[in-house]
Design a protein around this ligand. Structure first.
Ligand SMILES: CC(=O)N[C@H]1[C@@H](OP(=O)(O)OP(=O)(O)OC[C@H]2O[C@@H](n3ccc(=O)[nH]c3=O)[C@H](O)[C@@H]2O)O[C@H](CO)[C@@H](O)[C@@H]1O
Ligand SMILES: C=C(OP(=O)(O)O)C(=O)O
Length: 422
């Protein structure tokens, strides 16, 4: 199994480029199931999750061709199989996003229930309630959800919580429904805007993009198009943490600063400033040490749960005690015990992590429990004294394109190595 061997303490300097967004690419790939034709997708990151979605699309009958480094042609000559099986859905929850598009294209779909993962139970009840509201009949048996609809008819859907996946899945199911579907309390993440912009380019009529009230007027026909995916704001945020810890020596480029408002407000509260030079952003402060702060993860535009672990690593260096409250996922503190093994002083009280600052990290053998936990451990390893071995980096490979290559370019001493698992 692959692991990262990191020797901490190298001087980090240079510019990190941000790749295309994983969380925008996955729903957009799923949306290519809706209409037949040839799609060209650009700025697609080379990631394990993206390859899993390619495999799933191929199983359902689509063809995927690589055109150049980050561009792909997706050919939809009709869906040949409406079943998304457990083997693919269990490795990537976003596989469940093929349900809405298949309902839209074929009026039926059978998708394995994704189950939970290291960060929580993660049910799909809100997706299913939305499908039912627009006329699908849902049956759950033997670990699969089967949805069938003679005709999808627009309706009002009020989400109990602004779920990103449910908002996306319901939008994709509704684009060809008869009449108007209104989603209230919709999630507002930029990846949803990107999906809506893609669908509108295909001929959909979606209004209220970026707001919590999304209106989808069903159309008869959609067409395949060419589209370029937005940059990954979570990768950008991860790199901005490194920029801060390098005292502004590391720059970050190729991302949209406006997608990171909630995160940047917190960096400012800590005492940092963002400076821009020719599209490259540097995080720097007059402060000797970051100030301790209180943070709560929130749906967009609040502080993103996907940057919680990375910020925690940063706050370990602060001059006092910080608090992070995780409100999105029930169990997203698995990195805490690993950071503590590296010398952090973090205690958990329910969904609040209390982080004592002023620590020095010392390299240790640690394990990535999920994608962002893995990123937090890599950052800690780079700032540690001595050697760190981050195991289970298959989680990191799900969502960070060529991470070790990018980090090596800014001077990090990081290597991918094979380790035996007992
Ligand atoms: C591929 C992708 O885009 N993943 C992102 C997406 O995940 P995902 O779309 O799974 O996240 P959701 O917004 O749906 O989930 C947020 C919360 O709602 C709950 N919930 C969700 C759906 C449902 O039917 N019932 C229910 O109870 C979940 O268990 C969780 O506690 O948004 C999350 C929240 O910003 C991010 O951390 C993930 O990186
Ligand atoms: C939680 C994440 O992804 P997923 O929803 O695919 O598990 C993430 O990207 O941090």
């Amino acid at each position: 199994m692959d692991a990262y061997k990191i020797i901490g303490g190298s001087k980090l300097e240079g510019v990190l480029n941000v790749s295309g967004s994983k969380n925008a690419t996955l729903p957009i790939l799923a949306a290519t199931l809706i209409a037949e034709g040839e799609y060209i997708l650009k700025n697609v990151p080379s990631l394990k999750d993206v390859r899993t979605m390619f495999k799933l699309l191929e199983k359902l009958g689509l063809e995927v061709e690589k055109i150049s480094k980050n561009s792909y042609k997706i050919i939809n000559n009709g869906i040949k199989n409406i079943e998304a099986t457990y083997d693919l859905v269990k490795t990537m929850r976003a596989s469940f996003l093929v349900m809405g598009p298949m309902l839209s294209h074929s009026q039926k779909a059978k998708v394995s229930l994704p189950g939970g993962c290291a960060i929580g139970t993660r049910p799909v009840d809100l997706h299913l309630k939305g499908f039912e509201a627009i006329g699908a009949k849902i049956e759950i048996s033997h670990g699969y959800v089967e949805a069938i609809s003679e005709e999808l008819i627009g309706n009002n859907v009020i989400l109990d919580f602004p779920s990103v996946g449910a908002t996306e899945n319901i939008i994709m199911a509704a684009v060809r429904a008869k009449g108007i579907t209104v989603i209230e309390n919709a999630a507002r993440e930029p990846e949803i805007d990107d999906l809506c912009n893609f669908l509108n380019k295909m001929g959909a009529k979606i209004r209220g993009i970026g707001s919590s009230r999304i209106e989808i007027e069903g159309v008869d026909k959609l067409k395949a198009v060419e589209y370029s995916i937005i940059p990954d704001r979570i990768e950008a945020g991860t790199f901005l943490v490194l920029s801060a810890l390098s005292k502004g020596k590391v720059g970050v480029t190729d991302f949209k600063i406006e997608h990171l408002e909630g995160f940047i407000l917190k960096l400012e509260e800590i005492g940092y400033k963002l400076n821009e030079n020719n599209g490259v952003f540097y995080v720097k402060g007059e402060i000797e040490k970051p100030k301790p702060i209180r943070v709560q993860t929130m749906p967009y535009p609040g502080f993103p749960t996907d940057l919680q672990a990375q910020l925690m690593t940063l706050l370990c260096f602060s001059n006092g005690t910080s608090e992070i409250k995780e409100t999105i996922f029930e169990n997203r503190f698995m990195h805490v015990s690993e950071l503590n093994r590296m010398g952090a002083d973090i205690k958990i009280d329910g969904n609040i992590a209390i982080i004592k600052g002023n620590i020095n990290f010392s390299g240790a053998e640690v394990m990535a429990s999920d994608l962002r936990a893995g990123a937090a451990l890599v950052i800690a390893g780079l700032l540690s004294e001595g050697e760190t071995l981050v195991q289970r980096i298959y989680h990191i490979d799900r969502g960070y394109e060529k991470l070790e290559e990018k980090l090596k370019n800014i001077g990090a001493n990081i290597e991918r190595v094979k380790v035996d698992i007992i």
